[in-house]
Design a protein around this ligand. Sequence first.
Ligand code: LMR
Length: 400
Amino acid sequence: MYNGHIMFFHEIAEGQPDPIFGLNEAFQADVRPNKLNLIIGIYKDDQLRSHLMGSVMQAKNQIASQDVMADYLPIDGLSDLHEQLGMIVFGETRWKESHGRVYTAQSVGGTGALQVGGQFLCQEVSKSIAISTPTWPTHRSIFERAGMRVETYPYYSRDKHGIDFDGLCSSLKRMTEKTVVLLHPVCHNPTGCDPSTEQWKELSRIIREKRLLPFFDFAYQGLGEGLEKDRQAIDIFMNDGHEMLIAYSCAKNFSLYCQRVGVLFVVDENAAVKLRVGSQIKKIIRSLYSNPPAHGARIVAALLQDAALKEKWKKELDAMRHRISVIRESLIRRLGVNFEFLRHHKGMFSFIDLDKSQVQQLINQFAIYLIDNGRISLTGLNSENIDYVASSITAVCKKA
Ligand code: LMR
């Protein structure tokens, strides 16, 4: 009781801070002048600034006049965005052939696509989903909140410093029919380790044979080996005739982190099924947030509709990927032979195989912030701090 009123909130327990955003808050609060942020997957330049890509800035200026339109978008968002991203994700030819059976909804970032997809699956298809160990920490909570049972499959072996492919395959073979399998088609987050082409083919075969349902979390297209190569897993699964879901994010490859542009694709058997699937997904979206915001979606659609801007964007994306690989190589050179395994990693992250206490030492003694599974976001490194980071990692490894 307080001033004669009944109190409702006083017994609420405090939740754990988010492993990524929560740590970022701790970083902001740290007053040490030499602190370094290797936490979140945000692309930064050599001055450690994150800013809009030039092509994206131009597209943003182009749409300034359309942006005065204040109407709602449809429940499933901007159709130009669906079309343009469909061609990027599936390739132009396949998109032309298949879009009649692919239901597409704009989402609030890739996270929103995972959430809507999870709710749809739980309601209509399956209540079980399997995620990799390790994975992006938010996956578990997204699917649990959607009402699904979350199980895990082995993915990374610390002994091999790479994928535990036998463990992964055996685990898939033991799964119950209709289990959803969450896969990262490229730049696995957090390990940076992706299956080879042959391994993707084998995974597709097992998933099909065991009647499991693939759900791809596609957040880093263009940052692995290039836009086309990075969709190889999607190509393989499409060739094998899977029904599947893809949650797509434009945060990293369009530098549109705060605009929350994403898309959910559901590849269906035919147009009639697509219609029914879409009708259910629209109901879910309508009750969650009604319809998505327009600004970021218009930027991406305008950029991809303009041939010159699209070319410029591809070049900028290539340059980002190149910078990441230069940083990775420089780090390997400084860390020495024991860290050669980093060379096989793809994307913004590398998993440097430190345990939690080593990570704590890096934070406490050296003011180097990274998440507790030992993942570093490489573009937090630059020519000025890389020696310090490498020598600090070497120091905590020696103490172990
Ligand atoms: C990350 O893993 O750092 C990014 O995907 C950002 C996020 O939302 O966690």
